[in-house]
Unconditional design. Structure first.
Length: 90
């Protein structure tokens, strides 16, 4: 169920549906276990996608010396090479 080609948002919706099914109390024990296993697989897939996005963001926010720096998301003019001392410890 947690295929790599699926969108993050689609997997979130599927995970929410699984949680709602389990919470409803209408599933048998076996169905609940199966749903839980699908949910765990989705969580792993979602975490992998988040890790991948985080790596991309880190690459995009490194300054000219390779240090990670923070800048407001809505201010594209505030580039990471400002040397403001707020570099991430990574």
């Amino acid at each position: 169920m947690a295929a790599k080609g699926r969108k993050f948002e689609d997997e979130i919706k599927d995970l929410e549906a699984i949680v709602n099914q389990i919470d409803s109390g209408e599933l048998t024990l076996e169905e609940s276990i199966s749903a839980f296993e699908r949910g765990v697989a989705l969580v792993k897939s979602l975490n992998q996608k988040l890790d991948e996005v985080e790596r991309k963001v880190e690459q995009l926010t490194r300054d000219s010396e390779g240090r990670l720096a923070t800048s407001p998301l809505d201010d594209p003019s505030a580039r990471s090479d400002s040397g403001n001392g707020e570099d991430e410890p990574f």
